[in-house]
Write a new protein. Structure first.
Length: 259
């Protein structure tokens, strides 16, 4: 009987590994972000290092200043990234969704895990794959395509930071809101062939306070800017989490009119 158990354990482990890999193949984020760098066969190896989690709305998954022990790959839902200010306020630095990887930006020497330099909170229900740094980093040597993908992610984050600096430093409130709406539409892959003439509908998971904290204005300013865009015939607001872009190209011209 003891010999039977010894033979069963590897079999059960292999079956569990196959089930984990099958979940990766069925994942809605399989061909976006980090996982898109690997073929299906190589994904089986990565699947063995992952822990899948479902987070409720408002759940903090990354806390600023804590040891950076994990990477988080978002497979569904949206999270807000933010930094706490000394006076208790927060500055939202970005929103991430399916295919985005959290945990690349840390403080401390490169040879050490360091600490997270931001906090991340679930907006609505969020599904993630969590990797320990110890389990994922060796995979970079094993799969060079994965390492190149992480470099692409880091480069994209740097470009996004530069865009955010321009947004906060030079644009008016209405230009900031217009820029955000267009950027969100682009993130939703609504511009496959360039900005269209016809109208587009955006689903926004974040609330008005989130937008204010991200764009560096008050919630009253956000309401006024949206009202001005509506008055100009550029958007409609059928729902608090829905914006219809009536004239995307005109909105783009406004967004690019840096003061």
């Amino acid at each position: 009987m003891a010999d039977l158990h010894l033979h069963e354990r590897p079999l059960f482990k292999d079956l569990a590994h196959q089930a984990s890999a099958a979940k990766c193949m069925d994942c809605g984020a399989r061909h976006v972000g980090l996982c898109d760098a690997l073929c299906d066969f190589d994904m089986q190896t990565l699947a063995g290092a992952v822990q899948r989690l479902t987070l409720p709305p408002g759940k903090i998954l990354v806390e600023e200043g804590t040891p950076a022990l994990h990477f988080y790959n978002i497979t569904a839902g949206t999270v807000r990234l933010f930094k706490a200010l000394p006076d208790g306020r927060r500055q939202i630095t970005g929103f991430m969704g399916a295919g985005h990887l959290l945990g690349l930006k840390v403080s401390g020497p490169a040879a050490e895990p360091g600490h997270y330099v931001f906090s991340a909170e679930a907006i609505g229900e969020v599904h993630i794959c969590r990797f320990t740094r110890a389990s994922l980093l060796p995979k970079l040597t094993q799969f060079p395509a994965l390492e190149r993908k992480l470099l692409d992610v880091a480069t994209h984050e740097l470009m996004a930071a530069h865009e955010q600096m321009l947004l906060l430093g030079r644009k008016t409130a209405i230009e900031r809101v217009a820029s955000f709406l267009l950027a969100w539409a682009d993130r939703m892959a609504l511009f496959p062939d360039g900005i269209p003439e016809g109208k587009l509908t955006l689903d926004l998971p974040m609330n008005r306070m989130d937008l204010a904290d991200y764009l560096g204005v008050t919630i009253e300013t956000i309401s006024r800017a949206l009202g001005q865009l509506k008055k100009r015939g550029l958007i409609e607001l059928p729902h608090i989490h829905e914006v219809v872009l009536l004239a995307p190209r005109k909105l783009a011209a406004l967004a690019e009119a840096v003061s």
